[in-house]
Design a protein around this ligand. Structure first.
Ligand code: GLU
Length: 279
């Protein structure tokens, strides 16, 4: 079977040198494996995504010399698939509505000793979930109280047992999904979270090889648990090094100096970009 690779940027800013490194690394691995290369626009968070950034993604990637299959998958067009996956988990008692607002959550978890996930976000309080009876939940939901949908990670881990994935440079990596606590599957303002959408999309697109930044290494544990729960295959993973600025910080989309657009308009060529990211 021909391997399938994908690049999955979010159109919430200009692509920068970090994206160029990721896309070029991904593309080179795909070509070396004689694979198919797909593009996915991760625009589930509609409040932060803009059409001009999506056009910028096509323009910048084409300029770098990449080609991809059409049609491009856009997350904003697949809400029904995400809802179906969440409902399947919900029917198995693995999902619960979480009613704490961001401000309430921040207050309840302000203690510096409060457990945090690998990205530094506070874990959702267990007490809060246990405090609400089924009748409370039904009444709040019927009254239209805003909520997110969270995965009951303890039950999810009980259901799937120990999990692992194959990391290209390391071999088998034992996943630690418990470190993430009850991750969000659907937000108040978006029908799916990144974690849920990425798992559904990778399966829908038949992705066999995920090449992405090291910043998503630990999140793979959540993705593997969701794949097991939903009966989906786990791709192979390759988490590459991150491009940092002179101070060693991860690049940000708000930093104009490293945007591909600004560099191109300043006269840089694709070969210059490769050199700048050490390729
Ligand atoms: N959309 C994510 C990002 O731009 C990448 C997701 C992934 O490759 O799994 O960081």
């Amino acid at each position: 079977m021909q391997p399938v690779f994908r690049f999955a940027p979010s159109p919430n800013g200009e692509l920068h040198l970090g994206h160029a490194f990721s896309a070029l690394t991904d593309y080179a691995q795909c070509q070396a494996a004689d694979g198919r290369f797909l593009l996915r626009i991760e625009d589930i968070d509609r409040g932060r995504c803009r059409p001009e950034y999506e056009h910028g993604i096509y323009r910048d990637l084409a300029w770098l010399g990449l080609t991809w299959e059409e049609p491009v998958r856009r997350q904003s067009e697949h809400g029904a698939e995400y809802r179906k996956a969440i409902n399947a988990l919900r029917e198995r008692g693995l999902v619960y509505p979480a009613f704490l607002s961001r401000a309430e959550l921040a207050t309840m978890t302000a203690d510096p000793g409060w457990p945090r996930d690998p990205d530094g976000a506070p874990l959702y309080p267990d007490s809060e979930r246990k405090r609400l009876s089924a009748a409370d939940i039904a009444a709040r939901t019927a009254a239209g109280q805003p909520h997110t949908l969270r995965l009951d990670m303890t039950r999810a881990i009980e259901a799937v047992g120990a999990t692992a994935w194959h990391e290209d440079t390391e071999g088998t990596v034992v996943a630690d999904p418990a470190a993430w606590g009850d991750v969000i599957l659907a937000r108040r303002d978006a029908e799916a979270s990144y974690h849920l959408a990425v798992v559904v999309d990778d399966d829908a697109q038949g992705v066999t090889n995920v090449v992405r930044g090291r910043d998503l290494y630990y999140a793979t544990a959540v993705h593997v648990v969701l794949q097991r729960l939903l009966g989906l295959p786990t791709p192979r993973y390759h988490h590459h090094r991150l491009i940092t600025d002179a101070a060693g910080r991860k690049l940000s989309k708000s930093d104009r100096d490293t945007s591909l657009r600004a560099l191109r308009e300043g006269g840089a060529t694709p070969a210059d970009i490769r050199r700048m990211v050490g390729l």
